[in-house]
Design a binder for this molecule. Structure first.
Ligand code: IPD
Ligand code: CA
Ligand code: CA
Length: 270
Protein backbone atom coordinates (compact mmCIF):
# COMPACT_ATOMS: atom_id res chain seq x y z
CA UNK A 1 0.00 0.00 0.00
CA UNK A 2 1.31 3.42 -0.97
CA UNK A 3 1.06 6.44 1.31
CA UNK A 4 -2.20 8.29 0.62
CA UNK A 5 -1.97 11.46 -1.40
CA UNK A 6 -3.29 13.90 1.23
CA UNK A 7 -1.07 12.55 4.02
CA UNK A 8 1.88 12.80 1.67
CA UNK A 9 1.10 16.36 0.62
CA UNK A 10 0.81 17.55 4.23
CA UNK A 11 4.05 15.79 5.09
CA UNK A 12 5.79 17.29 2.05
CA UNK A 13 4.77 20.85 3.01
CA UNK A 14 5.86 20.37 6.62
CA UNK A 15 9.25 19.00 5.65
CA UNK A 16 9.69 21.81 3.17
CA UNK A 17 9.10 24.48 5.81
CA UNK A 18 11.41 22.71 8.31
CA UNK A 19 14.14 22.46 5.67
CA UNK A 20 13.88 26.19 4.98
CA UNK A 21 13.95 26.94 8.72
CA UNK A 22 17.03 24.76 9.28
CA UNK A 23 18.76 26.33 6.27
CA UNK A 24 18.07 29.87 7.52
CA UNK A 25 19.56 28.88 10.90
CA UNK A 26 22.73 27.54 9.25
CA UNK A 27 23.12 30.69 7.14
CA UNK A 28 22.67 32.86 10.24
CA UNK A 29 25.43 30.93 12.06
CA UNK A 30 27.76 30.39 9.08
CA UNK A 31 30.51 32.72 10.34
CA UNK A 32 30.40 31.60 13.97
CA UNK A 33 33.49 29.74 15.24
CA UNK A 34 33.20 25.99 14.59
CA UNK A 35 33.68 23.09 16.95
CA UNK A 36 35.14 20.39 14.68
CA UNK A 37 35.68 16.74 15.61
CA UNK A 38 36.72 13.69 13.63
CA UNK A 39 34.87 10.37 13.48
CA UNK A 40 36.13 7.19 11.72
CA UNK A 41 39.36 8.79 10.41
CA UNK A 42 41.07 12.20 10.33
CA UNK A 43 39.23 13.16 7.10
CA UNK A 44 35.79 12.23 8.47
CA UNK A 45 34.67 15.51 10.04
CA UNK A 46 31.68 16.40 12.16
CA UNK A 47 30.68 19.74 13.69
CA UNK A 48 28.21 20.91 16.30
CA UNK A 49 26.08 22.11 13.39
CA UNK A 50 25.70 18.56 11.96
CA UNK A 51 24.38 17.41 15.33
CA UNK A 52 22.17 20.47 15.89
CA UNK A 53 20.47 20.15 12.51
CA UNK A 54 19.87 16.43 12.97
CA UNK A 55 18.50 17.07 16.48
CA UNK A 56 16.16 19.74 15.05
CA UNK A 57 14.60 17.22 12.64
CA UNK A 58 14.62 14.34 15.15
CA UNK A 59 12.66 16.52 17.62
CA UNK A 60 10.14 17.56 14.95
CA UNK A 61 9.60 13.94 13.91
CA UNK A 62 9.14 12.80 17.50
CA UNK A 63 6.60 15.56 18.13
CA UNK A 64 4.58 15.48 14.89
CA UNK A 65 5.09 11.88 13.70
CA UNK A 66 5.85 9.75 16.77
CA UNK A 67 5.19 6.52 14.87
CA UNK A 68 7.73 7.37 12.12
CA UNK A 69 11.31 6.11 12.23
CA UNK A 70 14.58 7.92 11.63
CA UNK A 71 17.70 6.62 9.90
CA UNK A 72 20.41 9.24 10.22
CA UNK A 73 24.11 9.91 10.46
CA UNK A 74 24.77 11.65 13.75
CA UNK A 75 23.22 9.41 16.38
CA UNK A 76 19.64 10.61 16.92
CA UNK A 77 18.18 7.86 14.71
CA UNK A 78 16.62 4.45 15.33
CA UNK A 79 18.09 1.00 14.75
CA UNK A 80 16.18 -0.42 11.79
CA UNK A 81 15.92 -4.15 11.18
CA UNK A 82 13.98 -3.83 7.93
CA UNK A 83 12.24 -1.29 5.69
CA UNK A 84 8.78 -1.46 7.27
CA UNK A 85 7.03 1.70 8.47
CA UNK A 86 7.60 5.29 7.42
CA UNK A 87 11.30 6.07 7.60
CA UNK A 88 13.00 9.45 7.36
CA UNK A 89 16.55 9.06 6.04
CA UNK A 90 18.45 12.20 6.99
CA UNK A 91 21.87 13.64 6.40
CA UNK A 92 21.82 16.94 8.33
CA UNK A 93 24.87 18.26 6.47
CA UNK A 94 26.11 16.39 3.43
CA UNK A 95 29.50 17.81 2.52
CA UNK A 96 30.77 18.61 6.00
CA UNK A 97 34.30 19.12 4.70
CA UNK A 98 32.98 21.80 2.34
CA UNK A 99 30.94 23.31 5.18
CA UNK A 100 34.12 23.57 7.28
CA UNK A 101 36.55 24.71 4.57
CA UNK A 102 34.37 26.63 2.12
CA UNK A 103 31.21 27.64 3.99
CA UNK A 104 29.30 26.53 0.91
CA UNK A 105 28.75 23.47 -1.33
CA UNK A 106 26.92 21.40 1.30
CA UNK A 107 23.31 20.33 1.58
CA UNK A 108 20.64 19.03 3.92
CA UNK A 109 19.30 15.77 2.53
CA UNK A 110 16.03 14.08 3.52
CA UNK A 111 14.38 11.09 1.88
CA UNK A 112 11.12 9.69 3.24
CA UNK A 113 10.39 6.03 2.52
CA UNK A 114 7.14 4.22 3.21
CA UNK A 115 7.44 0.40 3.42
CA UNK A 116 10.72 0.78 1.50
CA UNK A 117 9.21 2.91 -1.29
CA UNK A 118 10.72 6.38 -1.75
CA UNK A 119 7.87 8.89 -1.45
CA UNK A 120 9.47 12.29 -0.79
CA UNK A 121 12.95 13.66 -1.42
CA UNK A 122 14.51 17.01 -0.49
CA UNK A 123 18.03 18.29 -1.09
CA UNK A 124 18.67 21.81 0.12
CA UNK A 125 21.72 23.67 -1.17
CA UNK A 126 21.65 25.96 1.82
CA UNK A 127 24.03 28.75 0.81
CA UNK A 128 22.60 29.11 -2.71
CA UNK A 129 19.10 28.76 -1.29
CA UNK A 130 18.19 26.14 -3.90
CA UNK A 131 15.70 23.55 -2.76
CA UNK A 132 15.42 20.39 -4.88
CA UNK A 133 12.35 18.33 -4.14
CA UNK A 134 10.29 15.46 -5.48
CA UNK A 135 7.32 13.30 -4.67
CA UNK A 136 6.97 9.85 -6.24
CA UNK A 137 5.22 10.06 -9.62
CA UNK A 138 4.78 13.81 -9.22
CA UNK A 139 7.92 15.16 -10.87
CA UNK A 140 10.93 16.94 -9.42
CA UNK A 141 11.45 20.63 -8.75
CA UNK A 142 14.23 23.11 -8.22
CA UNK A 143 12.56 25.71 -6.03
CA UNK A 144 9.26 26.37 -7.86
CA UNK A 145 10.48 25.28 -11.30
CA UNK A 146 9.61 21.81 -12.49
CA UNK A 147 12.72 20.01 -13.77
CA UNK A 148 12.43 18.65 -17.33
CA UNK A 149 12.95 14.96 -18.03
CA UNK A 150 16.55 14.07 -18.86
CA UNK A 151 17.72 14.22 -22.46
CA UNK A 152 17.29 10.74 -23.91
CA UNK A 153 19.94 11.22 -26.58
CA UNK A 154 22.95 12.00 -24.41
CA UNK A 155 26.11 10.27 -25.57
CA UNK A 156 29.08 9.42 -23.38
CA UNK A 157 31.42 11.78 -25.18
CA UNK A 158 29.06 14.68 -24.44
CA UNK A 159 28.66 13.75 -20.77
CA UNK A 160 29.96 15.29 -17.57
CA UNK A 161 30.58 12.70 -14.86
CA UNK A 162 30.95 13.44 -11.15
CA UNK A 163 33.58 11.26 -9.50
CA UNK A 164 35.57 11.04 -6.34
CA UNK A 165 39.18 11.24 -7.48
CA UNK A 166 40.42 9.35 -4.44
CA UNK A 167 39.66 5.98 -5.98
CA UNK A 168 41.36 6.93 -9.23
CA UNK A 169 44.64 6.49 -7.41
CA UNK A 170 45.88 2.93 -6.94
CA UNK A 171 43.22 1.26 -4.83
CA UNK A 172 41.69 -2.08 -3.88
CA UNK A 173 38.24 -1.54 -5.42
CA UNK A 174 38.65 -0.78 -9.10
CA UNK A 175 41.29 -1.07 -11.78
CA UNK A 176 42.37 2.54 -12.11
CA UNK A 177 43.48 1.97 -15.72
CA UNK A 178 39.88 1.28 -16.78
CA UNK A 179 38.68 4.33 -14.88
CA UNK A 180 41.36 6.43 -16.57
CA UNK A 181 39.98 5.29 -19.93
CA UNK A 182 36.47 6.29 -18.86
CA UNK A 183 37.77 9.75 -18.00
CA UNK A 184 39.29 10.03 -21.47
CA UNK A 185 36.03 8.95 -23.10
CA UNK A 186 33.70 11.44 -21.40
CA UNK A 187 33.56 15.18 -22.05
CA UNK A 188 34.55 16.12 -18.52
CA UNK A 189 34.64 15.17 -14.86
CA UNK A 190 33.76 17.09 -11.70
CA UNK A 191 34.15 16.50 -7.98
CA UNK A 192 31.90 18.53 -5.71
CA UNK A 193 32.34 16.79 -2.34
CA UNK A 194 28.65 16.42 -1.56
CA UNK A 195 26.87 13.31 -2.77
CA UNK A 196 23.47 14.96 -2.32
CA UNK A 197 24.46 17.94 -4.47
CA UNK A 198 25.92 15.61 -7.09
CA UNK A 199 22.56 13.80 -7.26
CA UNK A 200 20.78 17.14 -7.66
CA UNK A 201 23.12 18.11 -10.53
CA UNK A 202 22.28 14.85 -12.29
CA UNK A 203 18.58 15.61 -11.74
CA UNK A 204 18.84 19.09 -13.24
CA UNK A 205 21.04 17.83 -16.10
CA UNK A 206 24.07 19.98 -15.27
CA UNK A 207 25.92 16.66 -14.78
CA UNK A 208 25.01 13.40 -16.48
CA UNK A 209 26.21 10.89 -13.89
CA UNK A 210 27.64 10.57 -10.41
CA UNK A 211 29.71 7.47 -9.63
CA UNK A 212 30.99 6.57 -6.19
CA UNK A 213 32.29 3.44 -4.49
CA UNK A 214 30.65 3.76 -1.11
CA UNK A 215 27.71 5.75 0.21
CA UNK A 216 25.55 5.42 3.30
CA UNK A 217 21.74 5.46 2.97
CA UNK A 218 21.50 9.08 4.14
CA UNK A 219 23.87 10.16 1.34
CA UNK A 220 21.62 8.85 -1.45
CA UNK A 221 18.07 8.39 -0.05
CA UNK A 222 16.74 11.75 -1.21
CA UNK A 223 18.80 11.92 -4.39
CA UNK A 224 17.54 8.59 -5.66
CA UNK A 225 13.92 9.78 -5.46
CA UNK A 226 14.64 13.13 -7.11
CA UNK A 227 16.68 11.59 -9.95
CA UNK A 228 14.00 8.98 -10.56
CA UNK A 229 11.37 11.72 -11.03
CA UNK A 230 13.22 13.15 -14.04
CA UNK A 231 13.68 9.72 -15.62
CA UNK A 232 17.17 9.07 -14.22
CA UNK A 233 18.36 5.75 -12.83
CA UNK A 234 20.27 4.77 -9.70
CA UNK A 235 21.98 1.40 -9.13
CA UNK A 236 25.18 0.05 -7.66
CA UNK A 237 28.28 -0.26 -9.89
CA UNK A 238 27.16 -3.65 -11.20
CA UNK A 239 23.77 -2.29 -12.22
CA UNK A 240 21.74 -3.77 -9.37
CA UNK A 241 18.95 -2.03 -7.47
CA UNK A 242 20.14 -0.43 -4.20
CA UNK A 243 18.28 -0.88 -0.90
CA UNK A 244 17.62 2.01 1.50
CA UNK A 245 19.32 0.36 4.49
CA UNK A 246 22.78 -0.53 3.28
CA UNK A 247 26.08 1.06 2.43
CA UNK A 248 26.60 0.64 -1.32
CA UNK A 249 28.41 1.83 -4.40
CA UNK A 250 26.31 4.16 -6.54
CA UNK A 251 25.89 5.03 -10.20
CA UNK A 252 23.16 7.60 -10.70
CA UNK A 253 22.79 8.85 -14.23
CA UNK A 254 20.96 9.73 -17.36
CA UNK A 255 19.59 6.37 -18.61
CA UNK A 256 21.04 6.84 -22.08
CA UNK A 257 24.60 6.42 -20.75
CA UNK A 258 23.88 3.89 -18.00
CA UNK A 259 24.77 0.82 -20.10
CA UNK A 260 28.18 2.25 -21.05
CA UNK A 261 29.02 3.26 -17.49
CA UNK A 262 28.09 -0.12 -16.02
CA UNK A 263 30.16 -1.81 -18.73
CA UNK A 264 33.26 0.21 -17.75
CA UNK A 265 32.65 -0.39 -14.07
CA UNK A 266 32.13 -4.15 -14.45
CA UNK A 267 35.42 -4.29 -16.34
CA UNK A 268 37.13 -2.16 -13.68
CA UNK A 269 35.80 -4.00 -10.61
CA UNK A 270 38.59 -5.92 -8.80
C1 IPD B 1 30.22 12.69 2.36
C2 IPD B 1 30.06 13.48 1.09
C3 IPD B 1 31.15 13.13 0.10
C4 IPD B 1 31.17 11.65 -0.21
C5 IPD B 1 31.32 10.86 1.09
C6 IPD B 1 30.21 11.22 2.07
P1 IPD B 1 29.38 13.83 4.68
O1 IPD B 1 29.18 12.99 3.29
O2 IPD B 1 28.80 13.22 0.49
O3 IPD B 1 30.98 13.81 -1.10
O4 IPD B 1 32.25 11.36 -1.06
O5 IPD B 1 31.26 9.47 0.78
O6 IPD B 1 30.38 10.50 3.27
O7 IPD B 1 30.30 13.02 5.54
O8 IPD B 1 29.93 15.14 4.33
O9 IPD B 1 28.00 13.86 5.20
CA1 CA C 1 26.84 12.49 3.70
CA1 CA D 1 26.73 14.31 6.93
Amino acid sequence: MYMDVITREILFNRVRSWMLEAGAFIRHKINDPLVINTKSNPKDLVTEMDRKVEFFFASKIKRYYPDHLLLSEEGYGDKLADTSGTVWVIDPIDGTMNFVHQKQNFAISIGIYDQGVGEIGFIYDVMRNNLFSAMRKNGAYKNDQRLPRLDENKSLNESIICLNHYWLTENRLVDEKVMQQLIKDVRGTRTYGSAALEFSYVAEGSADAYITMGLEPWDFAAGKIIVQEVGGVTTNITGEEVGMLDRTSIVTCNPSIQGFLIEYLMKAKK
